[in-house]
Design a protein. Sequence first.
Length: 263
Amino acid sequence: MKFWLRGRLLAAGADDAGVDVAVGTETPDLLWRKGDRLVAVEVSSAPPELAEARQRTGTLKSSGCSEVLWLCPPGFWTAQLPALGIDDFAAEGCEYRIVGGLLVTGPGGVVVPRHSGCDLREFMTAWVAEELSYGYRDEHTGGWATVTDWERHTRTQAAVIARQRQELQNQRSALAVARKATRDKTKQLMRLNHRLERAEVASQQQADDLAQARRRIADHNRVDATLRMTVSSQKSALTHWQLITWFAVLIIITFVAAGVFLK
C-alpha cells in the first residue's frame, strides 16, 4: 500500500515521494514533497493508540512536516486525528475506499461528517492539488474537506461569532441597564429603610410618651380614688356628727321643757 501511495502521489504531481524516509528523529511510512510542502503519511492497519498517534503527529510537525495524514481503520479516532478510515487494506486491485474522516458542508453551512465513501486515489489527487485540507469542526474533532467547504464553514462560523458577539453586546447592555435599575432600587430601598427607621424611632417616642401619659392618668386615677374615699368617709363622719348634734339638741330641749313643766 505504501508503494502504491508513492506512485499515486507522484502521478498526482508530487515533486518527490519516498517510503520509510527519515525526517528529523522520525521515519514516517511515506514522505512526499511538493514545493514548500513536506507531508508525512502514516499507514496503520490496526486502530492507532490516540496518545501515541498525537505525540508522533506533533513530533513529525516539529521536525518540519507541514501536514500529517494517518490511514487507519474507521472508528472514533478518525475524528480526533488527521486521519482517514480505510475500508479494506487488502482491497482487490488496490481500490482502496475511504469510509471515514471526510467532511462536507451541511444544511447549516458548517461542515458535517460525510456519509458517502470516496476512492483513496481521488483523495490523493485532490490533496496534492491543495483542493483538500484538514481542519477542526470544534475544539476536539476535525476532518478532511475541500477548501471551498472550509471557506463556507469559516464564513458560517464568522457569522455565528458576529451574531453571538452582538447578542453578548445586547446582553451586556441589558445587564448594565439592570444593574443601574438595581442600584437605583437599592438606593430607594435604603432611603425607605432610613425613613422607616426614623418613623420607628418617632413611633417608639410616641409610644413612650403615650405610656408616660397613661402612667400619669393612672396616678391621677389613684389620687382621685383616694380623694373620693376620703371625701366619702368625711361625709359619713359629718352625717354621724350631725345626727349626734341633733340628738343632743333634742335631749337639751327635752330637759329644758321638762324643767319648765316641773316648775
